[in-house]
Design a protein around this ligand. Structure first.
Ligand code: ADP
Length: 475
């Protein structure tokens, strides 16, 4: 249109004009170069906000040095300002001619008109890059957020299903897009009424490969300018684990309350009976009642001790002070004290110990505690009485203790689980034997802390054999 030989667009970045586009021999090399917005010919156009037309600069070496394109062999220059949004200045549009020439007023007008169009294109490009940057940002946020985010259109069809939604529901995005949440999850996510929709979080359960997953779900409704529903966005997180913890906690509170109540009821009952004025009790009867009160109090103390132990284990605060001990004498002592305590209920102990001492590297109090739990279980889980065989032996660099009963036994499926916190075998709970499910967990943790291990062999209906081993003391 102007018969020019080169042109350049300079745009403002901070306080500098940067050659962001150029065409013509020697001009393209200038792309990316920057100069102060006050410097050179383009700086003049920028500062004056008006066109600058120069016909012949070939003879003026001073001016040629101020414009990097002019220096590549051009003689005439015409520059006009480029405006940005809201009357700001965005840069300078310049054209160059090799030979000296004059720029006619209509040519200057024409370049100004072109600059006007360029400004609009620049503004669009800027908006476009801002939108695509924002979109990229949203996509990155949606992909990395821990919450499941699902968007549906006005017909309830999924248009967005982020990575967390895939993980939480187990449904890949490709299977979800284009379907309703009912088809995808066999469950409507949309709130049935307006009230719950505005009140924040709701609980919804969906199935993930057969498992029930609990979601805490919130919902936002998007409306078009006329107020009609244009789509919905659901955000949810998997709170199944929290729910399970709550469940375990309340089961535990129920079990412990029951455990504490049983001995308390006996103690209270016997004490009340002894206090009666109307019935004269003989010495023998009194002794029996007081005996019950004493043994039930002991049971209470045991339960409270177990709870304290659990609290210490949970806090990682369990002290073990290992030293050289003789396991054989620990076993003999404890068996004698259980026999004396009157807890035998028709059982008989058989002790099987080698002649020589069995020196182990362990904490004597902790070993007593573990052994006590095993003896106590052997008596409680063999309701018909029978023999409880207690043995200990040396096994290479280990010392092993065994407690064998002739009781109800443990089904093979449950043999690992009984060492878990709170776990009680079906049979034990069914027979109504008292218990908290804590003893074996404590025993296992204590044995592990002393560098040993504990395990069980059992035949259901015939009996169980619990064993634990500890490092032998070095000679
Ligand atoms: P509690 O006896 O208080 O329930 P434990 O942790 O000591 O808790 O035992 C966990 C479960 O292991 C018991 O509930 C019972 O089902 C089973 N169990 C433990 N010892 C024996 C045993 N000697 N014979 C049969 N079952 C046992």
């Amino acid at each position: 249109m102007l018969g020019a030989d080169a042109c350049a667009v300079r745009t403002l970045e901070e306080d500098e004009l940067v050659v962001s586009a150029a065409s013509g021999a020697g001009a393209e090399e200038a792309i990316g170069t920057r100069a102060a917005a006050t410097a050179g010919l383009s700086g003049d156009v920028f500062q004056s906000r008006s066109p600058l037309a120069l016909d012949d600069l070939a003879s003026d070496a001073r001016v040629a040095g101020t414009d990097e394109i002019l220096g590549a062999g051009y003689a005439a220059y015409l520059g006009v300002p480029l405006s940005g949004p809201e009357g700001t200045l965005a840069g300078v549009l310049s054209v160059y001619a090799r030979r000296p020439r004059d720029w006619r007023p209509e040519e200057i007008e024409a370049l100004l008109a072109l600059a006007g169009n360029t400004s609009a294109a620049l503004a669009n490009a800027e908006l476009y890059s801002r939108v695509s940057l924002e979109k990229e940002r949203s996509v990155a946020i949606l992909a990395n957020i821990a919450d499941g985010i699902v968007a549906v259109d006005r017909d309830g069809r999924v248009v967005l299903w982020n990575a967390a939604a895939e993980e939480i529901t187990g449904v890949p995005q490709s299977e979800a897009i284009g379907h309703t949440t009912m088809q995808v999850l066999q469950h409507e996510l949309e709130s049935p009424d307006d009230e719950t929709r505005t009140s924040g979080q709701r609980l919804v359960s969906v199935s993930r490969g057969g498992d029930e997953v609990w979601l805490s779900l919130s919902e936002a409704v998007m409306r078009d300018p006329l107020g009609a529903v244009a789509g919905r966005i659901f955000a949810f997180r998997d709170i199944s684990a929290d729910r399970m913890v709550e469940q375990v906690k309340s089961d535990f509170v129920a079990a412990v309350s029951h455990e504490l109540r049983t001995p308390l009821t006996s103690i209270y009952g016997f004490a009340e009976t002894l206090l009666r004025q109307d019935v004269p009790f003989g010495d023998e009867e009194r002794r029996i009642f007081l005996g019950y009160i004493a043994s039930e109090s002991e049971r209470l103390t045991e339960i409270v001790d177990q709870l304290l132990n659990i609290a210490r284990l949970d806090a990682g605060d369990l002290q073990v002070e290992s030293g050289r001990i003789d396991l054989g004498s620990v076993v003999t002592e404890l068996v004698a004290s259980v026999e004396e305590s009157g807890a035998m209920n028709g059982h008989r102990f058989e002790v099987d110990l080698p002649e020589e001492p069995l020196a182990a590297e362990a904490d004597p109090d902790r070993v007593r505690q573990v052994f006590n739990i095993l003896l106590d279980n052997a008596l409680r889980y063999s309701p018909e009485g029978g023999t409880v065989t207690v043995g200990a032996r040396r096994n290479a660099d280990r010392v092993e203790v065994r407690v064998v009963d002739e009781g109800i036994g443990i089904p093979s499926a449950e043999r690992d689980r009984i060492f878990r916190k709170f776990y009680r075998a079906e049979s034990a709970a069914r027979d109504g034997a008292a218990g908290t499910g804590l003893g074996l967990f404590i025993a296992k943790e204590l044995v592990l802390a002393m560098g040993g291990r504990i395990w069980v062999d059992s035949t259901e209906g015939e009996g169980s054999s619990f064993s634990f081993e500890l490092p032998a003391a070095r000679e």
